[in-house]
Design a protein around this ligand. Structure first.
Ligand code: FES
Length: 129
């Protein structure tokens, strides 16, 4: 399989991997195609993602896409993070082999799930005030 240098580099040296203590939001996504699962943790301060971490059970591309996604998220507003697409992730990795093109969808959906989690918690807090 022909992986780009960037994919291999993120696979061998993943950024921001591991569980986050006291995250502001958590999102999970999995692929029905292969069974791989990604969990994304976010810390959000003043509408900006100050920290993102991941845990992934999956293939080389799943780990690399999760890793680069946490890098892409840092410093983004919630609105900007909502706009993150699979093709942004693929581009950041200098491409993926054709049979790995479903892998970034897992990362993208985990981000969307985390942002929904944040918005749901936020809405709840707002109601309590
Ligand atoms: Fe399933 Fe990569 S093979 S996410």
């Amino acid at each position: 399989m022909n992986y780009s240098q960037k994919v291999l580099e993120h696979f061998v040296n993943p950024r921001n991997s591991g569980e986050m203590e006291n995250p502001d939001a958590v999102g999970v996504s999995g692929s029905e195609k292969c069974g791989d699962i990604t969990r994304i943790y976010l810390n959000i301060k003043n509408n900006i993602i100050s920290e993102a971490k991941f845990q992934t059970f999956g293939c080389c591309a799943a780990i690399a896409t999760s890793s680069v996604t946490t890098e892409l998220l840092q410093g983004k507003t919630i609105e900007q993070a909502m706009q993150l697409t699979e093709s942004d992730i693929v581009q950041a990795l200098d491409g993926l082999p054709p049979d790995k093109m479903h892998c970034p969808a897992v990362a993208e959906q985990a981000v969307k799930s985390a942002l929904s989690d944040y918005q749901a918690k936020h809405a709840k807090k707002g109601k309590l005030l």
